[in-house]
Design a protein around this ligand. Structure first.
Ligand SMILES: *[C@@H]1O[C@H](CO)[C@@H](O)[C@H](O)[C@H]1NC(C)=O
Length: 256
């Protein structure tokens, strides 16, 4: 009889404990210890944790409904370049972006309140490789051209600043951080593009055009950035949101 009471008491204690952690969700086993919102070394803690998890997100994370980031799959990106000697519009299809999981997180700086998040991450990606299909039409100088086929580009020494801003929302009595803005800015060290059939049926002109593009890669990249940025911003924001939407704010950033 006594032991039955004991079991009942234990069960009550156990369910009370379970109730106390209610709202806490299961995290991946590899997940590092959360950084306290008010920790004196908050910035360094965030930097270390980001550095730790990014390579592990390569295959995505089911617990967060996160898609793989190695590669990041990008659907259509439309670009237009009107800058001497180029005047063309192009669409890149089914692109795959490789390299995001080998990011080096150089610095983090965060202001976290009970209801808002403002975080900047300085990152470095040594090499990114992007491949996909393209369709292009336009002019180089006064020479009209059109082409389609596979393309790829290697980008070296990418430095980026990822700026995230969020506000808490209530979901079933629990506060979650909702990422409102994700603003990436980029600087690139070098770029080398490859495309076959850039000028349909004229391999020697394709070579000439590719050489021009690789020689003038900086203005080419600058011109392509606005279109690419939106697409990147969408993907990165979704990636960040998959964590923040799945895990209560106080579990991600507890108060010590
Ligand atoms: C990049 O594209 C070029 C031209 O289509 C192709 O010859 C080359 O094999 C590609 N590189 C890789 C690593 O896929």
């Amino acid at each position: 009889m006594k032991s039955a009471v004991l079991v009942a008491v234990l069960a009550l204690v156990a369910s009370a404990t379970a109730a106390a952690t209610k709202g806490g969700v299961r995290l991946p086993e590899y997940f590092p210890t959360a950084c306290a919102r008010n920790a004196p070394d908050l910035n360094e803690c965030i930097r270390k944790n980001m550095q730790f998890v990014m390579p592990l997100f390569a295959k995505g994370e089911k617990l967060f409904d996160m898609e793989p980031i190695e590669p990041i799959a990008v659907s259509d990106v439309r670009v237009q370049l009107r800058r001497e000697p180029f005047d063309f519009h192009a669409v890149a299809r089914n692109s795959k972006v490789y390299g995001a999981s080998s990011v080096v997180v150089r610095a983090a700086s965060a202001q976290l309140t009970d209801s808002s998040l403002d975080m900047a991450l300085d990152i470095h990606i040594p090499t990114m490789f992007i491949e996909g299909d393209f369709k292009i039409e336009g002019k180089i100088g006064s020479f009209p051209f059109a082409g389609r086929g596979p393309w790829n580009v290697t980008i070296t020494d990418l430095e980026a600043n990822w700026h995230l801003m969020g506000e808490t929302v209530d979901k079933e009595g629990e506060k979650y951080m909702q990422i409102k803005r994700f603003i990436p800015t980029y600087r690139v060290g070098g770029m080398k593009a490859n495309a076959e059939n850039l000028v349909e049926g004229a391999p020697e002109l394709t070579n000439l055009a590719m050489n021009l593009i690789n020689q003038y890669w900086e203005p080419v990249l600058t011109a392509m950035m606005p279109a690419t940025r939106n697409e990147l911003e969408r993907h990165l924001k979704r990636m960040a949101s998959s964590v923040f939407d799945s895990v209560p704010y106080k579990q991600l950033f507890p108060v010590a």
